[in-house]
Design a protein around this ligand. Sequence first.
Ligand code: SF4
Length: 409
Amino acid sequence: MCLNWTMKTERLRSLGIYIHIPFCVRKCKYCDFLSLPIGAEPISLVHEGEREKMIRTYFKALENEIENKSAHFREKNYTVDTIYIGGGTPSVVPASFIFSLLEKVYKALDVESDAEVSIEVNPGTLKKSSLELYRKAGINRISIGVQSTNNADLVMLGRIHSREDFLKSYDEVLQAGFENINLDLMHSVPGQSLDRWKSTLEDALWLKPDHISAYSLIVEDGTYFKTLQDEGKLRLPDEDTALEIYRFTNTFLEENGFKRYEISNFAVPGRESRHNLRYWDLSEYLGVGLGASSFLLDRSLPDIKGLRLSNTRDMKEYLDSGQNALSEAKTLDRDRLMEEYLFLGLRKTEGIFEERFEKLFGISLREVYGAVIEKQVKEGVARFEDGRLHLTERGMEVANPVMAEYLRQ
Ligand code: SF4
């Protein structure tokens, strides 16, 4: 990481931290995330085989990376207000590793007392004892990778858990005293009807989580599903059914106390993911671990600029590198930042506030994007009201091409 990249402002600045744990029991059939299958055998803390050695070495590397990079953020008076441990499957590794890692973060950086500290867990890997240790480690938000409560869906997706495993895990999460719980769900999966999806949503609502992420399946290159699709063997819901499922999800969750605050994210008021909002707000974050990305912003006008850094995706290189294995460092000038601000910010239902845009970039939103905005308002995919630009319902349905119109390069 280019720690000599100078920040001109010295006032308190907030930072989010993302920590990547790239291990899973096995690969799900749709997954293109950076994760290595390590098998279902519990990780032994006593007998160290090759697998245990790699995981231990990886955690040592994470701790070193945090240590190495934190000096810069301490020096610049950053305070950390969100930490997100994602994967992969963080719950597949011993909770004591997560505990020590967080201890390291708290020592190395100034973490706010009310910081949002999240961990992703998967049913089938979660232990009751781990949950207690997570709490002791300051974790206050649990994100459960459920995808579906239908066992046939779960088998078809290649998930390792069953509906029963999920319900047991959910109960244990509640018993451990967690009050901020997200459920990750996936719709428009092969063979899914609206009724089948509806029953997953009903199950989810019955459990009263605080947050639901409801993503549509995307068939990514390099996945087992992609191979099936290329062979003509993947039976996805047709376009009409997929649209019906998408619309039903939005209405049903909003009718049941959830506010849709991003294209695929719903929360009971006040429980929006503060960490994920950082990405859509173009706020700063430090990514630690294999393949993790960081984003830093120098807000000095008129030369506002951003720096996007990505760690290597090669495990051997990461472990051998002294944890400084950057694969990419890209500086973003004001034009590029404005594009990203629009591209990411319009994912939020509140959209982009004219005043915030002008304060950040020193130029008015209409001056830069007046022509695109006018065109989109006419087409009915965007609306300008109360000093903010946001997508309409129709605009959200075709969000990618609509948002891409703000990318000028
Ligand atoms: S659990 Fe998540 S990260 Fe792991 S293989 Fe499945 S989808 Fe990918």
